[in-house]
Design a protein around this ligand. Sequence first.
Ligand code: UDX
Length: 449
Amino acid sequence: MAVISDHCPEIEVTLVDIDESKIAAWNDSDLMNLPIYEPGLKEVVKRNRNRNLFFSTNISKAISEAEIIFISVNTPTKVSGLGAGYASDLKWVESSARQVAKYAKGHTIIVEKSTVPVKTAELIKEILMNSENNSDFENKSFSVLSSPEFLAEGTAIIDLENPDRVLIGGEDYRAINILKEIYIKWIPEEKILLTNIWSSELSKLIANAFLAQRLSSINSITALCESTGADIDEVVKAIGHDTRIGKKFLSPSPGFGGSCFKKDILNLVYLCRHYGLDSTANYWEQVLIINHWQKKRISHLVVEKLFGTVTGKKILLLGFAFKANTNDTRESPAIEISKNLIENGAQININDPKVNNKQIEQELSIKEFEENPISHGRWNFEKDIYKSAKNADAIIIITEWQEYRELNWQKLSNLMRKPAWIFDTRKIISKDNLIELGINFWQVGTPDI
Ligand code: UDX
């Protein structure tokens, strides 16, 4: 929305949220504590705020004044009830639609921006047209469009400025053109794809499923490289040069994280099972099974290399965000790897340039460990990497932050207790550098050194 306000000064953009503290943070004069960290976002907000970009908790007023409403709420995986563990929870989409039905005036275009299961637009339409939600039925009308968001975190502004494509799904050509008029202010027309509404909704799930599939494919091969003597970087280079395969999105990792891939694949699997397509469902579910396997494989490997036990050992974990340039920790591989090591009795020091202590505490829901503290290890948040490397038995790199590429590995290895190990799950350190230090070193997809 900030980027739309930047490119369309004639449009007034208002962001509303029921969470007052979030809106207050967006309205904060120095923009020091924005609810999300995203490179370049602060500048865009600063340029447009209180010009044509506004943040408010007055939801009814904003809805009644709006000609176009983007529903951009979260749709997490359901934790209980029908479809638990697979289906998306649409309660926020539903409550947003009910509020729109209640407060809208005249004709309103509703744009689904949230990633939603196929046929959610139908649900929105039903709510909007239901007279119980909509008392002033005769004087209101609605058009529902789907326009899913493809930006990735950490590169959101770049992706929005120069998207590979934007999708508009719908039937009402007048409404489609109004939305197209907004995008066309900065996006070339050939990149604005028009589809029917179900294709648009489904395409978002499929794009994420294909991207995640590439990552599980390459991660599954890391183990084979380690066993055979092949090097994953060389394999990636060789296959990526095939233009049909392409170079992007093939970096090996401790497993993919983030709020989208797992959730959307679960959703796809649920959808396929619903339509009786069990083979298709099982095929896509395997992408998640490999992702889980990669995280488990790495924590097992750490225990194995440290003589089969990490009880009481000091391990420094570098990175808790699910990838670099974000403070988002949702589904981060760091969560499962830390939990496995803590369960094995390790004392872990966690460092991350953008994630705070409280967030880590929530993700590790440490209470479950506290019930039986004797057999479990502990964790601490540590800002000073060199301080926490003192007497450490191992360092594990989880997130590919630039800061970690620039560390003084000579100094770090001198501080560690010998024999010490470095585990590089992102392949960010040059192997030659570490060989010179004479320290034990494991790198994902690399044969033993
Ligand atoms: C993803 C999609 O890319 C985006 O189009 C969609 O709108 C939302 O979901 P996001 O989750 O923000 O975006 O991040 P992305 O860059 O896709 O990374 C997801 C995970 O894959 C991260 O954990 C990342 O570290 C991992 N990854 C990515 C790899 O392991 N290797 C790669 O080569 C690329």
